[in-house]
Design a protein around this ligand. Sequence first.
Ligand SMILES: Nc1nc2c(ncn2[C@@H]2O[C@H](COP(=O)(O)OP(=O)(O)OP(=O)(O)O)[C@@H](O)[C@H]2O)c(=O)[nH]1
Ligand SMILES: [Zn+2]
Length: 200
Amino acid sequence: MNMTTIRSRVPLKVGQNHVPCEIVSFNGLPEDKEHVALLFKAETLLSSEAPLVRVHSECLTGDAFYSSRCDCGQQLNEAFDLMAEQGGIVIYLRQEGRGIGLYNKLDAYEHQVAGLNTFEANKIIGFDHDLRTYHSAAAILKHLGFQKIRLLSNNKNKSKELKKLGIDVIEEVNTQTYVTEDNINYLKAKRSIDGHSLAV
Ligand SMILES: Nc1nc2c(ncn2[C@@H]2O[C@H](COP(=O)(O)OP(=O)(O)OP(=O)(O)O)[C@@H](O)[C@H]2O)c(=O)[nH]1
Ligand SMILES: [Zn+2]
């Protein structure tokens, strides 16, 4: 199916202010999910050689409720701050809980309270450690004309997968490390088991 898009102007809160943002919705993505792209400084992006891109996996508890069990909300804020300044694209992928969904993630949290790490917790409830794919992210980037990017992420697997899907990731820009007493074990597991670039 050919991909079609609709663009809506939705000012978003960045720091204390609202800044212009175009939210793009898609018809004809590889997956039947409501992924969106947020374009900051949309009018300048096509002339940028390699815009900053964050491919962000949905985290209701972190992104909307600002939970201290993870770092997602703060990473998203950092992306918004940078992109309000220099322009950029957030691709917001609806793959909550590394693809296992919200209810399963909440279940996995309780296994972590009981002592398992985030990956062992996935296993014990019947899932692999990361079910995410980046086909839709690559399709979105290509469709919007951004084949060469700088990727804002600490997850080396993300850039590896995007490269395999034909995206030219010319730079991996790390986010800051957002440690809380509730997420420190989670961040340590991501660094030591999954190779994330995190200062913990
Ligand atoms: N299954 C599971 N998912 C989690 C857990 N904590 C956070 N998540 C989900 O993990 C996803 C974010 O993954 P991260 O590994 O933090 O970040 P990343 O996107 O891989 O890498 P960055 O680009 O560096 O942020 C979101 O979908 C969260 O909902 C957990 O304990 N279990
Ligand atoms: Zn999170």
